[in-house]
Structures are given as structure tokens and as C-alpha cells.
Design a protein around this ligand. Sequence first.
Ligand code: PHE
Length: 344
Amino acid sequence: MKDDLLKIKGQALDSIAQAADLRALEDVRVATFGKKGTVTALSRTMGSLSAEERPAMGQMVNEVKDALEAAFTAKKQGLADAALEASLADEKIDITLPGRNFALGSKHPLTTVIDEICRIFMGMGYEIATGPDVETDYHNFEALNIPKNHPARDEQDTFYVEGGHVLRTHTSPVQIRKMSEGRLPIAAVAPGKVFRSDEVDATHSPVFHQIEGLVVDKGIHMGHLKGALTVFAEALFGEGVKTRFRPHHFPFTEPSAEMDISCFGCGQDAEKMQDCRICKGEGWVELLGCGMVHPKVLAGCGIDPEVYSGFAFGMGLERIAMQRYNIDDMRLLFDNDMRFLKQF
Ligand code: PHE
């Protein structure tokens, strides 16, 4: 029996040494100490020994068990260490590889101009309003006192959409939407895209941007219009800029005017003015259209023109951006060429 025990021990130790992974090792453990294991089987035969033989044999069996347990534990630790080593080697991160770059964009020059103008008006208490790009004939024309036969409705200028809708030709329909909400007083600016069926060239695009302004309250008069727009011009173009209002005509304002600002390119300097790229020798640059909201327009929106009055203005943004950033072709603003946009 002692020989059997030593033989079992020897075989078990060999198997432990050869186990390639934790699973194989577990199989060896079961084959040794499991219900049908070799050591278990041998322990069972102890009963057949004489009372004298039993203690010495029992001690030996225990020693063998302890030795094998120790061998299992050591092997198990060894295999676990090896597995960890292997996975560490496998999942090694090469920290010398160059990182991935994120392409960081910059604000489009038009966005910068829109943000800046909105900020100026917000500083004067105006809110930002919006309206849809696809407008009803009513909002874009009718409610703005633009009758059916007005040249602005000419097919050449307006993109018509199915169902009698149009792509808005100006931001003025936002005036109508704002006034129809029934909340007074109003002080709002509305930036956005507008559409006219123009051929693309260096100064025209079928899509461009405007910002609309509207103030309605009791007792609003032309002085408020001039004051607000002069403060605005100084904030955008710098103190000392001069403004000039020329009579004009818009169907939805009465009286109407165009506002010019003194040229910021030449500063109206007699010598520089002659070949000034911005004002072309005029000394003045046209900035926007404006006027007192027509009583018919107020009334059409449910506002009593005997009690309330208002002023409105609208300006194109491309030209401002082009003058400000020295851009000589409007197409550059829409091409979205990164090499161009990166400069701002
Ligand atoms: N909507 C006019 C245009 O597109 C500009 C404007 C707005 C004029 C508001 C007066 C008042 O030319």
C-alpha cells in the first residue's frame, strides 16, 4: 500500500507539472481528490488495515495529500501569473504612436457678423425672433402691403413652392408673425436666410442673409428709429461713424428711408476716397432699409394704429461681412472651402 501511495503521488505530481492551463489542472485535481480520485480510493482501503498499521499509514496519506495540495496551489498561482503576463504582453499599448487629431473648425464669417449684430441689439433690450424659410404668400407679401401686381412678386425674383408658398424673399414676414402674436410692446431682431432667383456672381447669390428689426409700442416715432440705428452703427462700425437717412419707398413702411453710414474704408478722406474699394468714391455706404411700420400693416396684424406705432429695418449681411473681412467675391461665403474659412 505504501508503494501504491508513492506511485500515486509520483503520477499526480507529474500530471500537475504538465498541466498547460487552469482547466487541465482542475482535471488533474478531480482525478486525484475527486469522489473517484486515486487518493480518495486509496484512503477508502485504510479500513482493511490492522489497528497497528493504520496510524503510520494514515499519517503518510496525510503527508501525501498535503504535498499534493501544495503542488496544486503553487501550479495554480504559476498558471495565473503566466496568463496575466500573456494578456499584458498582448494588450500592450504603444504610447509612441501619434495621437488622433480632431479637426477644430472656426466660426463662419457670416455667423460672426450675425452674432455680433444680435448681441448689439440684445444689449438694447431686443429679443431674437425667427420665422420659416418657406413662407405663405400672406406673410411674405400680402400682409406687408405688397399687392398682387407689385414688381417684387415677379417670377424673376421669387422662388415659388408648391401649394402657393414661396421661399421668403426677405426677413420682413417675421414682422408679421411677431405682430400677430398679440403681445405688445415688441422689440425684436430676426436674422435668417432669404431667397431670390438671382444669377450667381461676385455680388449676388440666390440665397443670402438678412436681419430684420421691429419695435412697436405706444408713441414710437422716427426719432426712435434714427436713435436706435445710430447707436447700432456706432457699436458695429466704431464710434464716430456718421449716419445718413435718404427717403426711399417700401410698401410696408411709411415714411421709408435707406440708411447710409460714412465709409469705414476711407473715412471720407478726400484723397483716399477717390479709389476707395468700399464706397467707390461716394464717401457713404448703404447699410439698410427702414421706416415706420405702415398703419395698414399694423391694422392687418390686429394692432390699432391709432394707439400703437412702430419702426422696422432690414439689412443684408453678406455685404457687411465682405466689407469687414475684405472678401471680394460673395461665392466664397457659400463654397465652404476650408482653406478660405480657416482664415477667420
Ligand atoms: N425687407 C426690405 C428688403 O428686403 C428691407 C426693409 C425691412 C425695409 C424693414 C424696411 C423695413 O429690402
